[in-house]
Design a binder for this molecule. Structure first.
Ligand SMILES: Cc1ncc(C[n+]2csc(CCOP(=O)(O)OP(=O)(O)O)c2C)c(N)n1
Length: 283
């Protein structure tokens, strides 16, 4: 159930693109407030999260625990500065609640807490667990004969974790077409390029070998995200679905794009100004 009522495709695409610009600016501002953050990987997954929360997922931000809602597990849980602005923009909480982001007594930390932040379906941060949680959710939905889906957003570096592949195997074994994995393939992890630290290639073939229906798209293309996510197999289908999203770490900020060192970083006044200007130019 979309959160908007736009029916014209072109208008929808430009509405979502504009949202991405606003969200990226919030990511930069939260990174400043927090005194630093996992900004590179927050900026790479913006389109995915905006399309999911604004257009694809069946959610009701005024009723965050609605039993038949779709769930989203941010398996790359260090992306708190990336997901919280999207939840705020969707209407889960007012922007002012994020004023002291990551500061003492703030409900918002670097890694989002399901007991403190409305809209967060699972506390994450220790990598490699989100997909297993989605397998459990997918099984629970099946037992309840419910038609909601479990979406999982993973990092490509995170896919170094063996537990990701155990979960992939289980989702296929239990025929969970209601489990959807989106991998933010921004090619960098904390220590450097994924291919240098621990190669995950051939990545698409791996997911296919594990029995997943797998698509590779440009993760910054609103059009490709809409086309893929609007045409998912129904939740009662038998094959889990993986969408590998090719992205750019630090997307939208000239001095961060494709720079592994911006996995985590802080911004002084000058860099903040430049980042905000760069992002505005993408509108
Ligand atoms: C189990 C575990 N080991 C190590 C870390 C530390 N860590 C935080 S982010 C990160 C890199 C993750 O890379 P990737 O999944 O590609 O994330 P992205 O580039 O999308 O931010 C690591 C190793 C962690 N959070 N959890």
């Amino acid at each position: 159930m979309p959160l908007h009522n736009i029916s014209n495709r072109q208008e929808l695409v430009s509405f979502l693109k504009n949202k991405c610009v606003d969200i990226r600016k919030m990511i930069v501002q939260l990174t400043v407030t927090a005194g630093g953050g996992h900004v590179g990987g927050a900026l790479s997954m913006t389109e995915m999260l905006v399309v999911l929360y604004q257009h694809i997922m069946n959610i009701e931000p005024s009723n965050p625990k609605k039993p038949d809602r779709d769930r989203l597990i941010l398996s790359k849980g260090h992306g708190g500065v990336g997901i919280c602005p999207v939840l705020c923009d969707a209407g889960y909480f007012p922007k002012s609640e994020m004023d002291g982001f990551n500061q003492f007594l703030s409900p918002f930390g670097m890694h989002p807490d399901m007991n403190k932040v409305k809209g967060i379906d699972m506390s994450t941060g220790s990598l490699g667990h989100g997909l297993s949680i989605c397998v459990g959710l997918g099984l629970a939905a099946r037992l309840d004969k419910a038609s909601w889906r479990a979406f999982c957003v993973l990092g490509d570096g995170e896919c170094n974790e063996g537990s990701v592949w155990e979960a992939a195997m289980s989702a296929k074994h239990y025929k969970l077409g209601n489990v959807i994995a989106l991998v933010d393939k921004n090619k960098f992890m904390i220590d450097g390029p994924v291919e240098q630290i621990m190669s995950i290639e051939p990545f698409e073939e791996k997911w296919k070998a594990f029995g997943w229906k797998t698509t590779v798209i440009d993760g910054h293309s609103i059009e490709q995200l809409l086309d893929t996510l609007e045409n998912l197999d129904p939740p009662d289908s038998q094959t889990p679905q993986c969408i590998i999203c090719n992205t750019v770490k630090g997307r939208g900020v000239s001095f961060m794009e494709g720079q592994g060192k911006w996995h985590y970083g802080g911004l002084d006044e000058l860099l903040e100004k430049q980042a905000l200007e760069d992002i505005e130019k993408t509108r």
